[in-house]
Design a protein around this ligand. Structure first.
Ligand code: GRF
Length: 192
């Protein structure tokens, strides 16, 4: 697979499992004049993911895949991505771990957003753990995906201050708002 090339438009697939608020921010970004990406497909492991509603609204192809057998699911996705000539994958609240083989096929072309200041607080329940540890700051990170969970090269981060009044829910809300700004900025950083 070729490396990213400067000012080309990158055909992008967004992977989701849930609400899709980051997906929405990426769709809006892709519709701006100078966007380096077009969103060609929304891929989900959950047929009921709320974010899938955005496919119809914005006229984007959707592809729901049962992940009970991961290798089969990934083979189907890879074939779909190839056919659609996708050259960028953005994970946005996608709750599955992709295999080494899948990642190898899209090496350096899969991004993820994680709601913590990586390398701290990899994995699930970040906000709960951050509050429990009485951290003063948390935030969000956009990074490349490699074969280790939440461990690929960091592209951009945004720090968020935690107040004494914060709980996991309020913190999650504050950080999510920043995620919506950070993901498009990280993509711009890669391509401009
Ligand atoms: C975000 O907090 C993202 O960082 C994490 O999952 C959440 C997805 O939210 N990986 P949404 O579906 O984009 O609203």
């Amino acid at each position: 697979m070729k490396k990213f090339v400067g000012k080309n438009i990158h055909k992008t697939a967004i992977f989701i499992s849930g609400k899709g608020t980051n997906l929405l921010s990426l769709i809006k970004f892709s519709n701006t004049k100078s966007s380096p990406i077009t969103i060609e497909a929304i891929i989900s492991d959950k047929s009921k993911a709320k974010g899938l509603n955005l496919a119809k609204k914005y006229n984007i192809k959707k592809f729901v895949i049962n992940f009970k057998k991961r290798s089969l699911a990934e083979r189907k996705i890879l074939s779909f991505l190839n056919k659609s000539q996708i050259n960028l994958v953005c994970l946005a609240g996608f709750m599955r771990i992709l295999s080494k083989n899948f990642i190898k096929n899209y090496k350096g072309k899969i991004l993820n957003i994680h709601p913590s200041l990586l390398p701290k607080y990899k994995g699930l329940n970040t906000h709960e753990r951050v509050i429990k540890n009485k951290e003063k700051y948390s935030g969000c990170t956009v990074h490349f995906v490699n074969s280790k969970l939440d461990s690929g090269k960091i592209i951009l981060q945004k720090k968020v201050k935690i107040t004494k009044k914060d709980n996991p829910k309020t913190l999650s809300k504050k950080i999510l708002k920043q995620e919506h700004i950070l993901y498009p900025r990280a993509i711009k950083k890669l391509f401009f």
